[in-house]
Design a protein around this ligand. Structure first.
Ligand code: WT7
Length: 651
């Protein structure tokens, strides 16, 4: 980790937005003492909630076993996540309630009641069993935002199979690596899906990946596209409808141990190899359930919409497990916000009367750029609460969201968390917390969040590193197949504390302000990209000798990817090569990692020990005065680079 000085000047935000009285009165959580009560005995606090909020086949013998940095929650407890999301609801009047209200990009719609979802999940669960899937097996899912994605997840959870979802935007190679790392034996995918009116052929990518996935025995393919010609490999590939036909609609949920694995989700780390973050059943479900209830304040009659894709942790926790375990109605939308026009989201809010909306700052900034006419065309008065996630929300975007989407009536929950944390960690409680635009406010009750200095001392006011002291129920348990990496990555920087990788500051009132990553991970449009992963993709290209990737501030995306490349002897850095290298990275990792800028240079700035000084490259890319260059092996390199970069930006 490159230690980055954290300075924070804008702690002078004076605007304060207390909960509107009408909101506070009806909030699910109204007791400001909750923080104090939870802190007295966090394990007891969580245990009480686990008993009240979830259905268990067998109660745990012990709440927590903490052998740092390995935690076990609800030891001996038995439950099933799918049972908690479906069975318990279909036993009540809720069986006729909409679980998923879905709209495809072309405008086609589907509504699945809890009973519908229950039946489909049971059938797929039976079918998976018939295909030989047993408890503990891994099932890879590479699906777009269609109800089958939720059905597939819950069917896995029902029989105790571990799902590993790969975001549909990832490339064939990225899919291949994730399938192989998890040793998945089944892949569930679709023929394709709709994106801005065009068809994206998911199965083609899957086929490409499967050429090098010897462990995959069967592929289940959802028929999403109406007229489609795709290749199906006999004996391996099965259409979803065939698999479901005749499958029993009665597949009892498996009794899972609280610590049994629920899913693996890959995320980028500081090396070239993605990490398989492991979440288990009891603690994860409790964390997502309770945060959904308190942070999104969900009520029986709400229509809740989280715009995240199922391929990210936000989709796992806050499209599926949290809201469905609460018995909520969830809106799901397949496509982009600007198809057929830039008011599609606001059209959806109006059409379905969405009450709670959860989205990302990058989307808000994009809408800001499009202008207020688009939301103004629609009646957004059904909204009562807004959420934000993925990256710091700048006060300007916060105010725009508050005013033009929330009509100055909706509290905004800026929720800081990670794939690893499973649930919200720093977040307002909308019935209690007075908001400051741009601050994620306070640690969730029962989680000890802190800001520390370089050696781990707590900082009462000022900037430092965000850590979590001690375990919380929905924390990752390990990195799949690599427990040492789990220890090194999260628990070694500050002994005894979970290191988030984020910088943060605390203001005089104790509010937390997130300052972005302090490691070699960048955040493009709320998606985590490892600079190492991009660099290793680039050096695999025959023209490239060396590459250094950095994040550069970007108005809409938060950060954009800029790459400095040295070419092999005799190769010329042409504009065509720039395009080729961008396409190369997109093919290796996925379109989300396509660099914005590629800059050729004869040399990269390095320390005397040969480490690339990315900090200096960031200074150059963002047009800043150069920081400390005393450790540079050859100061001439950087001066020349800076000059040429500035020239290129101008010209
Ligand atoms: C990283 C985690 C958690 C779901 C989406 C991303 C950044 C996330 C916020 C926020 C400031 C945020 C952090 C974090 N981040 N939410 N509200 N304010 N930064 O999940 O891919 O695991 O990325 O996203 O840098 O470490 P992820």
């Amino acid at each position: 980790m490159e230690a980055k000085a954290i300075a924070f000047e804008s702690l002078r935000e004076e605007r304060l937005f207390p909960p509107p009285p009408a909101f506070a009165e009806q909030a699910n959580l109204r007791d400001p003492e909750i923080y104090k009560k939870a802190a007295q005995d966090p394990a007891a606090f969580w245990a009480k909630l686990a008993e009240e909020e979830l259905v268990w086949y067998r109660k745990w013998d012990k709440v927590l076993e903490w052998e740092p940095p390995f935690a076990k929650w609800f030891i001996g407890g038995k439950l099933n996540a799918c049972y908690n999301c479906l069975d318990r609801h279909v036993q009540t009047w809720r069986r006729n309630k909409a679980a998923i209200i879905w709209e495809g990009e072309p405008g086609d719609t589907r509504v699945l009641t809890y009973q519908d979802l229950f039946r489909e999940v049971n059938k797929l669960a039976s079918a998976l069993k018939k295909l030989g899937v047993v408890k503990g097996d891994r099932v890879a899912i590479y699906l777009p935002m269609i109800p089958e994605a939720v059905i597939a997840m819950l069917a896995c959870a029902r029989i105790g199979a571990v799902h590993s979802i790969v975001f549909g935007g990832f490339s064939a190679e990225a899919l291949r690596d994730r399938i192989n790392d998890a040793q998945a034996k089944i892949l569930i995918t679709a023929d394709g899906y709709y994106r801005r009116g065009a068809v994206v052929e998911a199965k083609k990518n899957a086929d490409q990946a499967l050429k090098e996935c010897p462990g995959v025995e069967k592929v289940i393919v959802v028929n999403r596209i109406l007229k489609t010609q795709i290749s199906m490999e006999p004996g391996r590939d099965l259409w979803w409808q065939e698999v479901m036909e005749g499958a029993s609609a009665d597949c009892p949920a498996e009794e899972m141990d609280a610590e049994d694995m629920l899913f693996i989700l890959y995320t980028s780390g500081t090396t070239g190899k993605p990490k398989g973050v492991v979440h288990t059943t009891g603690g994860y479900l409790l964390g997502t359930h309770v945060t959904t209830k308190w942070v999104f304040d969900l009520k029986e009659e709400d229509l809740y919409w989280c715009t995240a894709d199922i391929g990210w942790i936000t989709g796992h926790s806050y499209v599926v497990y949290g809201p469905l375990s609460l018995g909520a109605s969830v809106l799901m939308y397949e496509g982009t916000p600007d198809y057929p026009d830039r008011d599609r989201w606001w059209d959806l809010v109006e059409k379905y009367r969405v009450t709670v909306l959860y989205t990302a700052p990058t989307a808000i900034r994009t809408c800001m750029r499009w202008g207020t006419d688009y939301p103004a065309r629609h009646d957004l008065s059904s909204l009562r609460l807004l959420g934000s996630v993925g990256e710091p929300i700048n006060p300007e975007a916060w105010m725009w969201y508050y005013k033009y989407i929330g009509g100055e009536r909706c509290p905004i929950a800026d929720t800081w968390w990670q794939t690893e944390t499973g649930m919200h960690i720093v977040t307002p409680l909308p019935g209690i917390t007075a908001l400051k635009p741009g601050s994620a406010t306070f640690g969730f009750p029962g989680v000890e969040v802190d800001v520390v200095d370089d050696v781990g001392n707590s900082i009462k006011e000022g900037g430092g590193y965000l850590v979590i002291r001690g375990p919380w129920p929905s924390m990752l348990r390990t990195i799949y197949g690599d427990p040492q990496r789990y220890v090194d990555q999260y628990w070694s920087r500050f002994p005894g504390m979970y290191f988030t990788g984020d910088g943060a500051a605390r203001d005089k009132d104790g509010y937390l302000w997130l300052l972005g990553r302090v490691d070699d991970v960048i955040n493009v449009s709320g998606h985590r990209i490892s600079t190492m992963e991009v660099e290793s993709a680039l050096v695999e290209h025959p023209a490239v000798a060396e590459a250094a990737a950095i994040g550069k501030a970007h108005e809409v995306k938060g950060q954009a990817l800029a790459v400095f490349v040295t070419l092999k002897e005799g190769i010329k850095g042409t504009p065509e090569l720039v395009q080729e290298l961008k396409a190369h990275v997109a093919a290796k990792i996925g379109a989300l990692a396509r660099p914005d800028d590629i800059f050729f240079t004869a040399e990269l700035p390095k320390t005397r020990s040969g480490k690339i000084m990315r900090r200096l490259l960031r200074d150059i890319a963002e047009g800043r005065a150069l920081g400390d260059t005393t450790t540079l092996a050859d100061p001439g390199v950087i001066a020349e680079l800076k000059e040429r970069y500035a020239e290129e930006e101008r010209g």
